[in-house]
Design a protein around this ligand. Structure first.
Ligand SMILES: [Zn+2]
Length: 399
């Protein structure tokens, strides 16, 4: 079979109009990522100039832990308020323009307020401990801060499916029916407890065709958005769930924690060196150990994280390729995977340039992924032509 022709056929089936919209949406996302960095720097500058972090409600003399926690919460809430118009444009208005969401404005704002409160609470705790390390550990504070992030991320990943995600969406066990019957043997084979596969009302926020694997250890779970659950054929659901089971079996959540911890190590180490310069540019006079300098510390870390984005994306693309491979080898639905991938191309231009893909894409391009699936199919398809061919391996495509 002609692998490239089969790949082209899948993507071209989107039609020129849908393809053009996917390109415009994706390119806009790249610009938004760049602009978001500028917005966050301006916001940090405004918070620093507002003197909120030296206000008596925030700064408690002789109580450094309390000061760090209230400063972090004040910074995060104030930043969220300042950037609200920008958030409304990127996450609500623009998503509606591209028909990626049908969430009413009231519901969006309610969830925005809830997520701001949750972030402020978690941020206050994390930064309180990081400032404790800054005061106590001296020159080696960045090692301690990295350890704190690693522990915090692990706890967060453990708690997210149980405590945080149910605040925003309703997760339900797979309902009885054909999909459940098809997925149960797959999950049993892979050692994923069957009660760890959920369907959630992802359509509340987004029309994106999506599923994910999250949590760690006893809270690890696979969640399929109702958009994918309702809009997919049985072959597609099997292929997509095979991909998510791949993430689960290959322990990508744990690898993710390790990678983010490494990034934190570099971020905190660089922050120590870059802080004086960034603080001067933002007119922040507080030293790094003082939570009043939070706008400068956060900006420094944002800058390092921004530079690290292509490296994190490259690791992420590697994990995604592994999960696709797992799905193909264990489920064998190359065509189901291909048609499911085309449904994700509405929000990820399927044919980016190589540089664009390397810098901005956290999943390999849809074209690359379909080509890999077709490649796999071309090798593993047993043609029916020779009458005396060996029996097909159980995972091979027969058509
Ligand atoms: Zn994935």
């Amino acid at each position: 079979m002609d692998v490239q022709a089969a790949t082209n056929a899948y993507i071209d089936a989107m039609g020129p109009e849908r393809l053009a919209r996917a390109i415009a949406y994706t390119t806009g996302n790249h610009w938004i990522l760049l602009a978001a960095l500028v917005v966050s720097i301006i916001t940090a500058y405004l918070v620093a100039r507002s003197n909120v972090l030296t206000h008596r409600w925030v700064k408690h003399d002789g109580k450094p832990n309390r000061t760090a926690a209230t400063s972090a919460a004040a910074f995060l809430v104030l930043s969220a308020l300042i950037t609200l118009p920008w958030t409304l444009y990127t996450d609500w208005f623009r998503q509606h323009t591209y028909q990626r969401s049908s969430q009413p404005l009231g519901d969006f704002l309610g969830q925005w307020a809830l997520s701001t409160a949750v972030s402020a609470l978690i941020g206050a705790i994390m930064l309180m401990v990081i400032y404790l390390a800054l005061r106590r550990a001296g020159a080696r504070w960045w090692l301690w801060a990295t350890g704190i992030v690693a522990v915090g991320m692990t706890l967060l990943m453990l708690a997210a499916p149980v405590v945080i995600e149910p605040l925003f969406n309703k997760y339900q066990p797979l309902p009885d029916g054909a999909v459940r019957d098809a997925l149960l043997p797959m999950s049993t084979d892979a050692g994923v407890p069957s009660d760890r596969i959920f369907v959630y009302d992802g359509s509340r926020q987004s029309n994106n065709f999506t599923a994910n694997a999250g949590g760690v250890g006893s809270t690890a779970r696979i969640a399929i958005s109702d958009v994918a659950f309702k809009g997919a054929t049985l072959d597609e659901v099997r292929a997509v769930t095979g991909h998510e089971i791949g993430h689960y079996v290959l322990k990508h959540s744990q690898w993710g924690i390790l990678l983010v911890s490494l990034l934190s190590l570099v971020s905190f180490f660089s922050a120590g060196r870059l802080y004086p310069t960034v603080a001067r540019l933002l007119s922040v006079s507080a030293p790094m150990t003082d939570p009043a300098g939070l706008p400068a510390l956060i900006t420094t870390i944002s800058l390092v994280s921004f530079v690290a984005t292509p490296f994190l994306n490259t690791m992420s693309r590697h994990f995604e390729s592994q999960a696709d491979r797992y799905s193909l080898e264990h489920v064998g639905e190359a065509d189901g995977l291909a048609t499911a991938l085309v449904k994700t191309a509405d929000y990820r231009n399927p044919r980016p340039g190589l540089i664009e893909e390397t810098i901005f894409y956290d999943h390999p391009s849809v074209e690359r992924r379909i080509r890999n699936a077709m490649q796999w199919k071309s090798i593993n398809t047993v043609t029916t032509a020779p009458a005396l061919s060996a029996p097909a391996p159980s995972h091979a495509e027969s058509n």
